[in-house]
Design a protein around this ligand. Structure first.
Ligand code: PEP
Length: 256
C-alpha cells in the first residue's frame, strides 16, 4: 500500500450555501489562503449558479471548481436538471455524485448514481463519487457489505481508463453534518475495504492509484490524524469548507 502513488484531494462541498457574490469572496479568500500548498489538489464544489463566477474568481489560482450533481441525459425535458456539457461550459472540472443528501432526500439510487457517473465521465468531468453506510447498517455490523455493494453498483460498466477520473469519497452517513466523526481507524478500515473491492474489479494497480477521500465532519482539528492514514487520500468537507480559514487549515494538514 503506497499513499505516495495517489493524488491527495481536499474538496469542499458547499451544499446549498453561498450566493454568487458570497461565492466570489469565499473562492478568493480560499485561494489566497491555500496559495502554494501544492501537496494536494484543492476543489470547491459550489451551487450551480455560482459555478461561472467561482471559475472566474479561481482563475490563475490552485483552486478548482466543481458542481454537486449532474443529470445523466445530455439534454431534454428534465426540468430543474443540469447536463454535463452545461457544467463543462460553465468551467466546472469536477462533480460530486451520489452524496448521501441526494440519496436521502432526492431519491438517488445506486442505479442513478452509476448513470450520472457514466455521463459525467463521458463528457470529461472528474467525478467525486460518494458512498457510505447509515447508522443502522454500522450498528448491524454490515458496513463492509454495504460499501462493497455500493462500490460495485456505482462503478458498474465504468472502464479502467475512466476510473482514472474517479475519486471515491467514503462518507459514513451518520458522520455527515452531525459533528460525529469516524475515528481515523474506522475511516482507514473502510477506505481499505473499498480499495480492496476496486482491486477485485480493476486490478490492484488501478486500485492503488485511486484517490479515496474520507468525509463526515472533517475539520481543522481532526484532519491531520484522519489524513495520516494510509488509505485516506483526502477529504470531502461540508461545513468547514464554508469558512476559508478552517478549510485552509485542512489543506495545510494535507501537506505532510
Ligand atoms: C459532506 O457534505 O460531504 C460532508 C462531509 O459534510 P460535513 O463535513 O459538514 O459533515
Amino acid at each position: 500500500m503506497k499513499k505516495d502513488v495517489r493524488k491527495v484531494v481536499i474538496a469542499g462541498n458547499w451544499k446549498m450555501n453561498m450566493t454568487p457574490s458570497e461565492a466570489v469572496k469565499a473562492v478568493k479568500e480560499t485561494a489566497a489562503l491555500t496559495a502554494g500548498k501544492n501537496g494536494c489538489d484543492v476543489v470547491l464544489c459550489v451551487p450551480f449558479v455560482d459555478i461561472a463566477v467561482a471559475v472566474e474568481a479561481a482563475k490563475g489560482t490552485n483552486v478548482k471548481i466543481g458542481a454537486q450533481n449532474v443529470h445523466f441525459e445530455a439534454k431534454g425535458a428534465f426540468t430543474g436538471e443540469i447536463s454535463a456539457s452545461m457544467l463543462l461550459e460553465a468551467g466546472a472540472e469536477y462533480v460530486i455524485i451520489g452524496h448521501s443528501e441526494r440519496r436521502q432526500y432526492f431519491g438517488e439510487t445506486d442505479e442513478t448514481v452509476n448513470k450520472r457517473t457514466k455521463a459525467a465521465l463521458a463528457a470529461g468531468l472528474k467525478v467525486i463519487l460518494c458512498l457510505g453506510e447509515v447508522l443502522e447498517e454500522r450498528q448491524a455490523g454490515i458496513t463492509a457489505e454495504i460499501v462493497s455493494m455500493q462500490t460495485k453498483l456505482d462503478l458498474a460498466d465504468i472502464s479502467a481508463e475512466d476510473l482514472k477520473n474517479v475519486i471515491i469519497a467514503y462518507e459514513p452517513v451518520w458522520a455527515i453534518g452531525t459533528g460525529l466523526t469516524a475515528t481515523p481507524d474506522q475511516a482507514e478500515e473502510v477506505c481499505a475495504i473499498i480499495r480492496n473491492v476496486v482491486c477485485g474489479l480493476y486490478g490492484c494497480e488501478a486500485a492503488e492509484g485511486l484517490t479515496i477521500q474520507y468525509g463526515g465532519s472533517m475539520n481543522e482539528g481532526n484532519a491531520a490524524e484522519l489524513l495520516s492514514k494510509v488509505n485516506v487520500d483526502g477529504g470531502l468537507i461540508g461545513g468547514a469548507s464554508l469558512v476559508p480559514e478552517k478549510f485552509a487549515k485542512i489543506v495545510d494538514a494535507a501537506q505532510a
